[in-house]
Design a protein around this ligand. Structure first.
Ligand code: HSE
Length: 407
């Protein structure tokens, strides 16, 4: 029998215990032995829980118990998760986590320790909730040179955008519903501001390109500046606005990484991804585009990914797999000012002559009821540096800018 400990009994922790108990028989067959949750670590009391005898408050009991072979960290955040995970790995226990903040910030270090100790550090649930993406990217697509990854990586913002666009639901109500459904982070500004999506694209880019990509080096924008007018113009463009985390291998060998709301053509496989669903497009040099789609947040979808990692960790109890990336000084990351993309721009009190003098040939968009002094258009591809100069010359006459991505 494999004995495991679950750190944290929140949405994902309780889902993990529920899935392990619910599917005990099939999990035993798949893991080759029964998996028993011996401890649940949480500072809160759960006197009515059917698992009340398993709750403890002292992590050292887990660390010093040689029977515990796998530790599941689903607390989230860096403190105290980082110390718990690091000391578990150093003690020769495999760790499974859903904690994207931890993997995005400390992944290279923790993977190195896992390798040295010949145990496993698994984090399938950290990206895409229930969607298998880490293992497919690492194993099934290993024959490819990965050239691009682009994903709708945050269920909360995709849910909010869908409710706002389809149902005219106000932002606050959509966010509250996402929180009630257990999709949002403890601090939902991490969802809304793109920080959660940034952590996830950093994890995927680190895995795909073999070097750690740190979130604080990545240009990140959220969804709070998107207006109903932008949504209407996007309809006339023929697409949808989505929050996209993307990473792209460039000709010189550098990698461009960004998180931003973007106009996506309705022909894109990402355009029809709505509600809490996530989708991740991976472009390999042999496969072409492969798209992974499913529920990106929520109790049981995320628990599904955690428990699958537990099964593999139990099966591989005396060996570690090659899941690995190096630490990096970030010199392989393209300077955001050199990133070159098309954009949608909305202006007021700017005439077409001025627009065309600044941006050359543009595609004008329309919306019902637009005032005569408003112009919205799609530019040719320009670098961020060039946008900075051109847009600053228009000052407050610029009402909005959203990048256009061709995935
Ligand atoms: N807050 C995250 C989301 C949870 O909405 O996608 C899953 O990582």
């Amino acid at each position: 029998m494999a004995k495991i400990a679950v750190l944290g009994y929140g949405v994902v922790g309780s889902g993990t215990v529920e899935v392990i108990e619910k599917n005990k028989k099939s999990l035993t067959e798949k893991a080759g032995q029964e998996i028993e949750v011996k401890y649940i670590l949480d500072l809160r009391d759960f006197p009515d829980s059917p698992y009340k005898d398993k709750f403890i408050k002292d992590f050292n009991i887990i660390l010093n118990d040689p029977e515990i072979s796998v530790v599941v960290e689903v607390i989230g955040g860096i403190k105290p998760s980082y110390d718990f995970v690091k000391s578990s790995l150093l003690a020769g226990k495999s760790v499974v986590t859903s904690n994207k903040e931890l993997v995005a910030q400390k992944g290279a270090e923790l993977l190195k320790i896992a390798h040295e100790k010949k145990v496993n550090f698994f984090f399938e649930a950290s990206v895409g909730g229930g969607i298998p993406i880490i293992r497919p990217l690492h194993q099934c697509l290993s024959a490819n040179r990965i050239d691009e990854i682009a994903g709708i990586l945050n269920g909360t913002t995709n849910f909010i955008l869908t409710k706002m666009i389809r149902d005219n639901m106000p932002f606050d109500e959509a966010l509250r519903t996402a929180q009630e459904l257990g999709y949002a982070e403890r601090d939902p500004s991490a969802d809304v501001n793109g920080i959660d999506a940034c952590r996830k694209i950093c994890i995927l880019a680190s895995l795909a390109f073999g070097k750690h990509v740190y979130p604080d080096k990545i240009h990140t924008e959220g969804i709070s500046a998107i207006t109903p007018e932008d949504v209407e113009y996007c309809e006339s463009f023929g697409g949808s606005i989505k929050l996209i985390g993307w990473a792209s291998r460039e000709d010189g060998g550098k990698v461009a990484v960004m998180v931003c709301p973007a106009f996506i053509s309705e022909d894109s496989q990402l355009a029809g991804v709505n509600d809490v669903f996530n989708a991740i497009l991976v472009r390999g040099d042999s496969t072409g585009d492969v798209v992974f789609y499913g529920k990106g947040a929520g109790k049981l979808p995320t628990a599904s990914a955690v428990v699958a990692d537990v099964v593999i960790a139990v099966k591989m109890s005396s060996s570690s797999i090659s899941l690995y990336w190096e630490d990096s000084d970030q010199s392989f990351i393209e300077d955001e000012k050199n990133i070159t993309l098309q954009s949608y721009i909305r202006t007021v009190n700017v005439d077409k002559n001025t627009v065309e003098k600044l941006f050359g040939e543009v595609e004008y968009l329309s919306r019902k009821g637009a005032p005569d002094n408003e112009l919205a258009f799609i530019t040719a591809a320009l670098s961020e540096n060039e946008y900075d100069k051109k847009l600053s010359s228009l000052g407050n006459n610029v009402l909005g800018r959203i990048r256009v991505l061709n995935y």
